[in-house]
Design a protein around this ligand. Structure first.
Ligand SMILES: Cc1cc2nc3c(=O)[nH]c(=O)nc-3n(C[C@H](O)[C@H](O)[C@H](O)COP(=O)(O)OP(=O)(O)OC[C@H]3O[C@@H](n4cnc5c(N)ncnc54)[C@H](O)[C@@H]3O)c2cc1C
Length: 407
């Protein structure tokens, strides 16, 4: 069989959030020919930060992104869980250090706007074509995937990747149903300065309405994800800066001293979504098109980056075998590569989240026993810390420790 031509390697990626930008870089690095389709973004809109764990940072290094953002990222060296549910059975505090599992840091936290800027700069440096337009229709047939853009232009490739977020047009075009859950919770996000150092510690208070999480940023700054009832979220968002700062200080038990919030707060209603399949009909799903999870344990974007890296593996394997990168074998390989990681993490996060909301004594006792085991039993605590960073199953090649830098 003839070797794959450039057009056989063409992949349209719809959506240029962090998952789409990363996937474009990973595919280009693996010898594919990605084209991004995404409306122009001003880049300053996202008020969140992302804690990037384990192989995510390694992959960003290999793709030439990390050098652009490293000084804006803070290392996470201490992981602290605090039971603040006020239940009858209180779980003990858990504290784990990265050095216990032989790492300098569990990962790094940085603002999404800084990460996205670094990814966009790397995409430009890699000369990946970006069409600044919105896809309004996607058609998938036996030989090709075609996107029609808002301008009326159509583009065609061997494969299309939906990195177009939770309401994915590509997922709908591929006829892939999803199971969705809404939680009675809303996350309020903000960034703030504080008078005491965070000492590279991330602290997650488990409250009866969800986690209240403080994650370090460089200097005496941190980001906040505060999961509360929708009504409480409305109250927090309506507060003036001084009152909101005082409220964060109170809810964080003043562990970071005096708090001064920075401008810009975010509001995210919590939900989960798992599609029945991650690929089909010349389409694959990545990022939040493929999984939505509540913001607990910093898993969402790390999963999204693993999607892009795994897709690069599957497609370069298909190219090496002179196979069709949008054909049934390549799609099945991608679905297999992502299923266990996505489904197991979605289940674990959902279970932990529901255990926080449950007033039932046995549920509280189980969570307490779990945290107690994690804290006291060395192998359990190390396994918990390692599993939080990366799946026990094989990581994509771009994220593995031993891969030589071929960038
Ligand atoms: C409060 C909160 C805190 C979080 N913290 C963390 C964390 O610490 N660590 C972590 O790993 N994850 C975290 N996450 C999850 C993480 O933020 C998401 O997984 C990530 O932002 C999803 O990126 P994405 O690229 O998949 O989707 P999006 O950022 O939603 O990007 C989708 C893009 O597709 C574009 N698009 C949509 N439709 C079309 C179309 N038809 N044509 C062209 N373009 C289109 C949109 O304009 C958008 O730019 C958090 C989430 C929340 C809510």
């Amino acid at each position: 069989m003839a070797s794959a031509t450039q057009s056989d390697r063409g992949v349209i990626i719809v959506g240029a959030g962090p998952a789409g930008l990363f996937a474009a870089l990973a595919l280009k690095h693996a010898g594919l020919a990605p084209t991004l389709v995404a409306p122009r973004m001003d880049g300053s809109g996202d008020p969140r930060s992302s804690a990037l764990l384990g192989g995510s940072v390694r992959a960003l290094e290999r793709l030439g992104v990390w050098a652009r953002v490293a000084e804006k990222a803070a290392p996470l060296r201490l992981m602290r869980l605090v039971d603040d549910t006020g239940g009858l059975v209180r779980a003990p505090l858990f504290e784990g250090r990265s050095e216990e599992i032989g790492l300098d840091a569990f990962g790094y936290n940085l603002l999404n706007r800084d990460l996205n800027e670094g990814l966009r700069d790397a995409v430009a440096a890699a000369a990946i074509p970006v069409i600044e337009d919105k896809a309004v229709d996607v058609s998938l047939d036996a030989d090709a995937a075609t996107a029609t853009l808002a301008s009326g232009r159509t583009i065609t490739a061997t494969l299309i990747a939906g990195a177009d977020g939770r309401a994915s047009l590509v997922r709908a075009a591929a006829g892939i149903d999803a199971v969705a859950t809404r939680y009675p919770q809303t996350a309020v996000t903000a960034n703030f300065q504080h008078s005491r150092p965070h000492d590279d510690a991330s602290t997650e208070f488990h409250t009866p309405t969800g986690p209240f999480t403080l994650v370090p940023l460089p200097g005496n700054r941190s980001s906040l994800v505060c999961v509360v009832t929708p009504a409480d979220a409305d109250r927090l968002l309506a507060m003036d800066d001084a009152t909101f700062s005082h409220e964060i200080e109170r809810r964080s038990q003043a562990i970071l001293g005096k708090v001064t919030v920075e401008p810009g707060r975010g509001r995210f209603d919590l939900s989960a979504m798992t599609p029945r399949s991650f690929a089909g009909r010349r389409a694959v799903l990545i990022g939040e098109a493929a999984h939505v999870v509540p913001p607990i344990g910093a898993q969402g974007l790390n999963l999204g980056l693993r999607d892009g890296a795994a897709l690069a593996d599957c497609l370069s394997d298909a190219v090496a075998a002179s196979a069709d990168i949008g054909g049934p074998e390549a799609l099945a390989a991608y679905d297999r590569a992502r299923r266990a990681d996505i489904v197991s993490r979605t289940f674990a996060i959902d279970t932990l989240n529901r255990s926080l909301l449950s007033p039932l004594l046995p549920v509280q006792a189980l969570r307490g026993a779990g945290l107690w085991l994690m804290d006291r039993i060395g192998p359990v605590r190390r396994a918990f810390m390692r599993e939080g960073l990366a799946p026990a199953m094989a990581e994509p090649r771009l994220m593995r420790d031993e891969v030589a830098d071929a960038a």
